[in-house]
Design a protein around this ligand. Structure first.
Ligand SMILES: Cc1cc2nc3c(=O)[nH]c(=O)nc-3n(C[C@H](O)[C@H](O)[C@H](O)COP(=O)(O)OP(=O)(O)OC[C@H]3O[C@@H](n4cnc5c(N)ncnc54)[C@H](O)[C@@H]3O)c2cc1C
Length: 403
């Protein structure tokens, strides 16, 4: 079905966050598509999965080598996006991966660096101590320096990308929540508070609200509330020269310098994030006790930080049980593409996922084969689909299982 008399394919994108904004941009570039984007807030708002001012951009894959073509394509599209928007969306600071040398994630990243053809440098414990004096380093730790890694500006990326799309003719319905997506004859009906419209295809990219719109996915996707916390150093010099880092093992965490270098934003792993039964009822202001969950980072990783954060904020993210993205056609509704479950790593690859989503919606297949996502084994189980409670996830674990 095409828009009567125009020959255009009418496509709706539901959710204009990290992924939906990129799908919108890709579709807006196609002369054969009339694209509408629906966003319950505004593009670039800070309350979903794309808030918090920074995201790590890493070139080396820590989990599954099959992601590497996606990362390489994303890098090319990031460059295109930065030229087209004339904005610096990624800051080229370099990124340090560190942790126990035997950690599977670090080992996979080393192999990924070798395959990538991109510059990289492996650091022995003594070099780590000299080059990154803020970090407490044990004799079994190593570092992998990714000089072409950096820090993404997530909210700016979303708003600038949607701006590009509207410049190309995309129609954006902001402050418009989609309440249902269902079949309507040959097409797909999208209902919002403003009424219903029918499209030829719909791309759903709702992040933390996926299971609100599609409760049938509660056995596959869970939503978590993530807390980020910003810390000052004990003195003004401590964070000088600090680089963004991700520590894989023995306990997972990451840090991104912020505030002109005076603070660092710290993040934890999956098991330290709260399950979310209803994203609209989430406590947005973290309780002061939540700061305690970061104490081990001050004790074990960055001992020159003040013990208490100066700021904490919460965000929402969707996870699949395999921690591999859910990308594909809706099992129940023909014409609907689902893009969800980016499991804490979706921003760096968002331009490539946007292209894949746009290709699936228009052509029914994508240039990059994402079949590997479906074959990935689970790393946790969903214990209670209603509350989103899961078993322990050992892949990105900031703490051991509770006994
Ligand atoms: C704290 C934190 C740190 C992270 N760190 C990194 C990192 O360092 N590197 C990295 O690559 N990734 C990182 N990620 C992951 C990355 O940010 C997410 O994977 C990505 O934002 C997910 O994109 P999304 O489009 O699925 O969801 P979102 O970005 O949350 O977008 C979903 C959008 O849909 C809208 N929406 C929802 N329901 C509806 C509806 N019914 N109708 C209309 N609009 C709707 C929402 O308002 C929102 O704007 C991190 C995530 C978090 C939360």
């Amino acid at each position: 079905m095409h828009l009567l008399g125009t020959g255009l394919l009418r496509i709706a994108v539901v959710g204009l966050g990290a992924i939906g904004s990129q799908v919108l941009w890709q579709l807006s570039r196609r002369p054969d598509v009339d694209v509408h984007g629906f966003e319950s807030s505004y593009p670039g708002h800070p309350e979903a999965g794309a808030g918090g001012e920074s995201r790590l951009y890493r070139n080396f894959e820590t989990d599954d080598p099959a992601y590497e073509p996606v990362i390489h394509r994303a890098d090319a599209l990031w460059r295109e996006l930065e030229v087209a928007t004339a904005r610096r969306l990624r800051c080229p600071t370099g990124v340090l991966l560190t942790g126990d040398h035997a950690s599977p994630q670090l080992q996979r990243a080393l192999e990924s660096a070798d395959r990538s053809g991109k510059p990289s440098r492996t650091l022995a414990p003594d070099e780590l101590r000299v080059n990154h004096p803020q970090l407490a380093v044990s004799d079994t730790d190593i570092g992998l320096w990714d000089p072409q890694g950096g820090v993404i500006r997530p909210e700016l990326t979303v708003s600038a990308t949607v701006g590009l799309a509207t410049g190309n003719g995309a129609v954006v319905h902001d402050f418009t929540r989609v309440t249902s997506v269902d079949g309507a004859g040959d097409g797909v009906r999208v209902r919002t508070s403003d009424g219903a419209r029918t499209f030829d295809r719909v791309v759903i990219a709702c992040g933390g609200w996926t299971t609100t719109l599609r409760p049938d996915l509660r056995d596959t996707v869970v939503v978590r509330r993530l807390t980020s916390a910003w810390f000052h150093g004990e003195d003004d010099d401590y964070l000088r020269g600090m680089v963004p880092f991700m520590r894989t093992a023995p306990s997972y965490c990451y840090g991104i310098p912020a505030g002109g270098g005076s603070t660092i934003k710290l993040g934890l792993g999956f098991n330290d994030h709260h399950p979310v039964p209803d994203p609209d009822a989430v406590a947005r202001t973290p309780a002061p006790e939540e700061a305690e969950r970061f104490s081990w980072i001050v004790d074990d990783v960055l001992p020159g930080l003040q013990r208490r954060p100066v700021r904490m904020s919460t965000y929402l993210e969707s996870y699949t049980t395999s921690m591999h993205d859910y990308i594909g056609f809706d099992r129940q509704l023909p014409g609907v593409v689902l893009l969800t479950g980016f499991s804490g790593h979706g921003f760096k690859v968002s331009p490539a996922i946007g292209e894949i989503g746009a290709q699936l919606a228009t052509q029914g297949e994508s240039d990059i084969d994402v079949g590997f996502l479906r074959d990935a084994p689970p790393v946790f189980d969903i214990v209670d689909p209603e509350t989103g409670r899961t078993t322990h996830n050992h892949i990105v674990s900031s703490r051991p299982p509770e006994t």
